[in-house]
Design a protein around this ligand. Sequence first.
Ligand SMILES: Cc1ncc(COP(=O)(O)O)c(C=O)c1O
Length: 390
Amino acid sequence: MSPAFTARLAERTKGVTSSAIREILKVATRPDVTSFAGGLPAPELFPLDAIREAADRVLSGHGAAALQYGATDGVLALRQHIAEAVSDSEAGAAAAAGLGAPERLTPDQVMITTGSQQALDLISKLLIDPGDVVGTENPSYLGGLQAFRLHQARLIAVAMDHEGARPDSLASTVGPEAKFIYLLPTFQNPTGKSMSNARRLAVAATLAEVGVPVVEDDPYGALYFDAPPGPSLRSLVPDLALGLGTFSKTLAPGLRLGWIVGPREVIAKLTQLKQSGDLHSSTLCQYVALDVLRSGAMSAHLERLRAVTARGQTRCLQHSTSTSRPKCVSLVRRAACSCGSSCRAALRRLRSCPWRSRRRRPHSCPARRSIPTAAAATPCGSTSPTPRPT
Ligand SMILES: Cc1ncc(COP(=O)(O)O)c(C=O)c1O
């Protein structure tokens, strides 16, 4: 950068380095690397036909409206659809857990964002002043940490166990002065851990007791293999929670569409902040996503995603041996993520690997060495007080 710009950098941007995610993705796209590190959905599972047909219908049906500027909080019909869908899934989870039905969401409690990454940035803009405390799991999603750090938050790690964040640690490490706690109770990134119903209730009770808001990020919840996940923290403490969702893992990340659900006054404030960022998320993509949802193609696509990635995981587990991965890496996760294609690619390479049967030299094989994943990994010794992503 030229000295004229270097000398003028804003204080908050001075420490900003290139995102670790972007660095990971650079390596992940190399043909000789099988990477599980980024949350890259399997491209061969994108619903290309459904999206193509939806785009055709949108352009012939909505025409110019789909290409015009739109409302900052998003296309109303899409917000209505998300309000209904999230409310239905929350009601189902509550019933399965033996809880009463949570209050249903209305469209003014939903805001469309340009991916949930924008949601993390907007929430940081809304709540974080330099030096403010934000509680996070340890490890946690790199993109979230990056957004909070850019706004100069002081990150405090919450202790984890096999179910994720521990409620006792929430209470003892993150006091009422914290701006919020960032949690991923379902298929946590990067560990893949999920909270049981009891843990969700305990965490919600602690949040209510301490009075600290929670930002609940849930990009993978719809990709479960067996039973749907338990009740969202959002449904348990609606006044204290902002829930983040995205179409990146269920439809395609290139659409750049996500959402925030929460108290309507907070959504209204976030909408004001979004205006100065990008005016609104792509109108065309919103209409296309809405059409896919309405056409019924989405539920069939989700079934396929769950089935294909569950098979990929099973095969990957069968082929993984203790010699091909460090002890700290767990390949067991109960959700689909990017593993579908990555597992298949890894297995193809393993089968053609000349070292495959030479048990005494397992690490000599470069293909084997690249199999351990960060997407489902608990980093060795991840108990340091500062969150250590992936
Ligand atoms: C936990 C988590 N949050 C947010 C995101 C960002 O997703 P989006 O593509 O919706 O911006 C990701 C992407 O991998 C993620 O894993």
